[in-house]
Design a protein around this ligand. Sequence first.
Ligand code: 5AD
Ligand code: SF4
Length: 476
Amino acid sequence: MNAEIQILNKESTSTVTNSKKFYIESYGCQMNFADSEVVASIVSKEGYDSTKNLNDADLILLNTCSIRDKAEQTVRKRLEGFNKLKRNNKNLKVGVLGCMAERLKNKFLEEEKIVDLVVGPDAYKDLPNLIKEVNEGRNAVNVILSKDETYGDISPIRLSSNGVTAFVSITRGCDNMCSFCVVPFTRGRERSRDPKSILEEIKTLVDKNYKEVTLLGQNVDSYLWYGGGLKKDFKKISELRQKTSINFSKLLKLVAETFPLLRVRFSTSNPQDMGLNVIVTMSKYKNICNHIHLPVQSGSNSVLKAMNRQHTREEYLSLVKKIKQIIPDCSISQDMITGFPNETDKDHELTLELMCKVKYDFGYMFKYSERPGTFAAKKYDDNISELIKKNRLQEIVDLQQKHSNHRTNEYIGKIVEVLIEKESKKSSNQWSGRNQQNTVVVFNKEIYKIGDFVKVLINNCTSATLIGEAVGYSNK
Ligand code: 5AD
Ligand code: SF4
């Protein structure tokens, strides 16, 4: 290892200056971005410093996403671009991490000659061995999925952080088996992280002056800690252990009470797992943000059934009603898929109708993309034409835009609490932050600074942004 070690003083920290450099790029969900911070921590200990400049890198890592075909194509194109870099630097190694690595396994090495290293989402602790292998000239692959790996003992290195907000993962994997989704195959069975290590990670962030955390998981509401182990084995343990277990509502309470000055967010919630206890806990703690990302995917019961979603349209709408009853100013966002196999015009109408009932604050909408190996790929014909998928998508995007506009307009004349995160992209005289409901707010900088909680009076808006003026510090 070519690391140069400089001891600064006796007790404290030593600064390790490594001569090798790694470059990491993340695609897909927030979970992947959080994982890259775990990877950065592991790789740094192997004598690599992180670099933001591709040309400086000895090791390029792409943390990939398989959720839709387009995400995979983006990664393949990116890999093509590395050919020239590799020609210029014979020692450069290229690694593929994440969901695509897990899905394609050894095939990746055959299909993309540029790749030296393939590592699945549960195998990052093996990176030291794998990097050694590739540096000795051999290709290396580890795509073993784990029943208990949560990386709870790794202290992530915050990459491109604003120093104010951070992601903290609390569960990994997913047991839901929605028929369209590749995640259960690429990220394995669902498991929860020890609350002690979650609180420790948050404490480290708070000590560094971070002001907001987002608790992350494919399905946070199904968080369950009973001393380790898979969620599906919970029923097999003793009653006493079941009683002392920690579910998501208890975890939220624990985080909110331990760090009363910290803003707490979470994502993603699955309708069938979101209990009343979570909503009540949210309503009790001022520092838990009033926003729920609550994907529905479709407004039609027959499509929901074919998707193997564990909720009906009626159950979903009744959950939304409960949320609004208990937390009237709670924002709700959606994920939606159009053109699922056999989706009829009527099914599509039902989706539009459901959207009109909920009037989501914002949403993420996608055309169905068949994923190899999933139940839907095996059982259903991808029989909705590209044109129909495209037209339906446009309709729901347009409707969402209308609803987002409606929602942002509701804030005009109101005062919201904003945590300042960064300078506004449009003007260097303005700050950009988010309110509790996760809507971006911009306002003139005045005396305020990044990391401040500020009360902002909203006087204008677009469908995605609130524009206002600061009227004082929030009493945090
Ligand atoms: N095709 C299109 N969208 C998908 N999603 C997941 N799998 C697919 C797929 N095969 C969407 C869902 C999910 C979000 C993360 O991605 O809406 O909630
Ligand atoms: Fe995929 Fe469904 Fe799990 Fe979300 S809940 S990750 S859509 S299987």
